[in-house]
Design a protein around this ligand. Structure first.
Ligand SMILES: [Zn+2]
Length: 394
């Protein structure tokens, strides 16, 4: 049965799902022989969902909806089981940021959850959550068979992903507002959904609520007090203080640099927000990503150019993402239409540390017998077409 049919009509097939869950314990993906196991999840609302089996994503075919990179190629490895917990009913995420604060109990220090390095991060930061959402929704990957990707597709996949997800014990689809794609027929409905999300923010009884907004950043313009973020597909802007705006521009320089806006680049932000007394949505904290034309993450404008060129050459590839781990070292891109092949983009020249790391990476690929496509950005882009017999591949 086609996955799209199952997803769109999961109610009709509820009997089939529940029988498979009770009798076999799992579902099967037929993208390859032998079939691969899939997890059957049931949301609190009683809707069934299929998910990839943990750590087995690599065994699916590259264009399959459940295909993933090997676990070693994702920043997700750095989290403990309490930070991202996968269970029968879905995924529970422990976010570092506080979404609901009790007004009656004294503030508790959150330092206890911040054990930052190693494989034991006990909570997920905003960038970690953004990367998790992107990776789980397979938006870090591209395959020519998918033909197109726009915000409509991103939104649908992300919504699907959060349907069986909890963030700090709240259902993710109430805590997180993903800006829906604009369409005249649904415009009023979308405005109502945003108003409902806003109404949850602020003081309610003994608690003060914050929320999360995920959307494509269209423009950032200075205001008297800071900056105004206009999001694509959404009429109401959101606002950042001057201090926050400055901090974000410093820490995500590659996202907001002038060069990042060329090359068909896009930007997406995950915003932690509250509502001001005047009813404006204000940004308390945020994470941002630079993306290619096809919404695939990139760490620099050069990577955006590479990403767009790979897609233009009909290549299938995945961008490994770091989550909150700033020091993690991954290939810039992993090609998935040939075995054991990687792409590296070298943007900095003459910097000693950088040169050293580059040589270490090259030696590592050579030891592995991997195919490596390298681009020194001062040089013309290398040939990206798929050729067998290059390096050690076939
Ligand atoms: Zn599969």
């Amino acid at each position: 049965m086609l996955l799209s049919v199952l997803r769109e009509n999961s109610g009709e097939y509820a009997g089939l799902f529940s029988r498979a869950k009770a009798e076999v314990g799992h579902a099967e993906c037929l993208c390859r022989t032998p079939a691969q196991r899939l997890v059957i999840r049931c949301s609190r609302a009683g809707r069934y969902h299929l998910a990839g089996w943990p750590s087995e994503g690599e065994q699916h075919e590259a264009a399959c909806s459940f295909h993933k990179l090997a676990p070693g190629l994702s920043g997700r490895e750095a989290y403990s089981a309490e930070a991202i917990r996968e269970g029968d009913n879905g995924v529970s995420i422990r976010l570092e940021a506080i979404l609901a604060r009790s007004l009656t109990e004294p503030r508790t220090a959150k330092a206890s959850v911040e054990q930052r390095e190693g494989r034991s991060r006990r909570a997920v930061g905003l960038l970690g959550l953004l990367h998790w959402l992107w990776e789980e929704s397979q938006l870090t990957a591209w395959h020519p068979r998918w033909r197109r990707r726009n915000w409509w597709i991103c939104h649908a996949r992300l919504r699907q992903q959060i349907e069986t997800c909890f963030i700090n014990q709240d259902p993710a689809n109430t805590a997180l507002y993903i800006v829906p794609p604009f369409h005249r027929d649904t415009a009023d409905q979308n405005i109502a959904a945003f108003e409902a999300f806003k109404a949850r923010l602020g003081r309610h009884g003994p608690k003060e609520h914050r929320g999360l907004i995920l959307g494509e950043i269209k423009a950032v313009t200075p205001t008297q007090y800071g900056a105004r973020y206009a999001l694509a597909h959404q009429r109401a802007p959101i606002f950042a203080s001057a201090a926050l705006d400055e901090r974000v521009r410093r820490s995500c320089r590659h996202v907001f640099a002038e060069a990042g806006t060329g090359h068909d680049a896009r930007r997406v932000g995950l915003f932690l927000v509250e509502v001001s007394r005047k009813g404006h949505v204000t940004i308390v904290d945020m994470a941002a990503m630079l993306l290619s034309r096809l919404y695939i993450p990139a760490d620099s404008s050069h990577e955006v150019a590479m990403c767009n060129a790979l897609a233009d050459h009909g290549r299938a590839f995945i961008k490994p993402v770091r989550y909150d781990g700033i020091d993690a070292v991954f290939p810039d891109f992993v090609l998935t239409d040939v075995p054991n092949a990687y792409v590296e983009v070298y943007g900095i020249r003459g910097h000693e540390d950088y040169e050293k790391r580059k040589r270490a990476k090259q030696a590592h690929y050579q030891r592995q017998g991997a195919e490596l496509i390298e681009w020194e950005v001062a040089e013309p882009m290398p040939d990206l077409s798929k050729r067998y017999g290059r390096g050690q591949t076939r």
